[in-house]
Design a protein around this ligand. Structure first.
Ligand code: NCD
Length: 306
């Protein structure tokens, strides 16, 4: 039976921990050894939405494992522009590749794609819903930064309504349990109720606030997000909140040394460049762990066990 990576909901805590262990093994493996693991295999990258890190890190991961990549990063030059259905595109690409990574603006498209073919499908973001490979690399980063995942005080800041990286990561952290969350957002961008309710029985607690200052002073980790302009049905609503939160070096003066800041990137104006040289900035190391974790995901789903 083929396996896919579609939603954090589908993964047990043991499976998530397995990915973290596999990523650690990949990281410590000599480059020459890694380059043999997926020789002759082909990854298809199908991106119906803009991407820099997710697409390029999957490609880099595949090349580092000795595999090859084909695909598209916009649909204008493909048969999608002629009206081809998603299912037909997937059935076609299945003939050309061993595994598919797909990003699409509509929720549920990754699962639909997985059901349309017999090769593994990885969800690289479906609308505002899920972004599971980002979550696995975020968890790997958290473990690198703190040596553990449980028992942390974590603030999610910014667009908690539309941010799929937040939605997936919160569900994953709920499986680990024993976390204290602070949801920092404008009133109109609060964490969806299904995700807040989903924490019941997890051993995690949360509070909601509009105040970033107290989160910086009292948390171990701030997970910053971009206000997702492209998701707003009404651009005037976006204009009201677009500058809601901005962390700069001045704001970080006096915060505890332990505070770390992550961000899935791209940033627009929510983290000023003068934060980059501080001890708090963890978002570029986070990018690097993306390549490590995506190698682990490709190896696992293609059944190449270490
Ligand atoms: C995020 C995404 O696409 O959901 N980026 C990413 O994959 N690293 C976040 C964003 O676009 O703001």
């Amino acid at each position: 039976m083929k396996r896919d990576l579609i939603s954090l909901n589908d993964l047990s805590l043991e499976t998530i921990q397995g990915y973290l262990e596999l990523a650690a093994r990949v990281e410590s493996m000599p480059a020459e050894e890694r380059r043999r693991l997926l020789a002759g295999r082909i990854l298809a990258v199908l991106f119906y939405e803009p991407s820099t890190r997710t697409r390029l890190s999957f490609e880099s991961a595949m090349f580092r494992l000795g595999g090859n990549v084909l695909g598209f990063s916009e649909t204008g030059s493909t048969s999608v522009a002629k009206g081809e259905s998603l299912a037909d595109t997937i059935r076609t690409v299945e003939q050309y590749a061993d595994i598919i990574v797909i990003r699409h603006p509509k929720e549920g498209t990754a699962r639909l794609s997985a059901a349309s073919c017999s090769i593994p499908v990885i969800n690289a973001g479906d609308g505002t819903n899920q972004h599971p490979s980002q979550t696995l690399l975020d968890l790997y980063t958290i473990r690198k930064l703190f040596g553990r995942i449980q028992g942390l005080r974590i603030a999610f800041v910014g667009d908690l309504k539309y941010s799929r990286t937040v939605h997936s990561l919160l569900q994953a952290l709920g499986k680990f349990g024993n976390a204290t969350f602070r949801f920092v957002s404008p009133e109109s961008l609060r964490m969806p109720s299904y995700l807040r309710d989903g924490l019941a029985g997890s051993g995690c607690t949360f509070t909601e606030t509009v105040d970033l200052g107290s989160a910086l002073a009292e948390c171990d980790l701030v997970y910053m997000t971009r206000i997702q302009k492209e998701r707003f049905p009404d651009i005037l609503e976006y204009e009201k909140v677009k500058n809601a939160y901005c962390i700069d070096a001045r704001l970080l003066r006096g915060v505890p040394e332990r505070l770390r800041i992550m961000h899935p990137l791209p940033r627009v104006n929510e983290i000023a460049p003068d934060v980059d040289p501080t001890v708090h900035a963890a978002y570029f190391p986070q990018v690097g762990y993306g390549v490590t974790m995506r190698q682990a995901i490709l190896l696992d789903l293609l059944g190449v066990k270490q």
